[in-house]
Ligand binder design. Sequence first.
Ligand code: TYD
Length: 135
Amino acid sequence: MNIYKHEDLGGKVSLDSGVDVPFDIKRVFYIYGTKPGIPRGQHSHHKIKQYLVAIKGSCKVTLDNGKEKTVHVLDNPYTGLFQDALIWGEMCDFSDDCVLLVLASDHYDESDYIRDYDDFLNIVLWNTWTEIIWF
Ligand code: TYD
């Protein structure tokens, strides 16, 4: 389950690390002022998990596990989208006013990024094979 609906506490939403968000939060960043037609993301992480909330405006997020893609419209501050490690993510169709809050499970580490889609598919395939061989 990737989508989490949070309670609107009368114009505010509270997210507890490890409770409402399914990991301990180590870093927070936000994406805003995006240029029209320019997608963001387009990468996966080896270990880092992310939790995305459009706290203002809206955007579209595609999550891809290497076998299937799901498309999610984030357009309110009380819905969170969980992006696990080894899930390819792409954000697009940002409204002009969009502020996309991203909570991350670890500090910034460029070596945790998988930026090439073919590399991502190979890693997913390799993991699938090793799981089959292991069990
Ligand atoms: P990146 O995560 O690739 O961008 P996007 O928002 O499109 O997914 O990050 C863009 C640049 O910002 C990249 O050079 C790394 C840097 N960056 C940090 O320094 N710290 C961070 O927490 C993040 C997310 C990015």
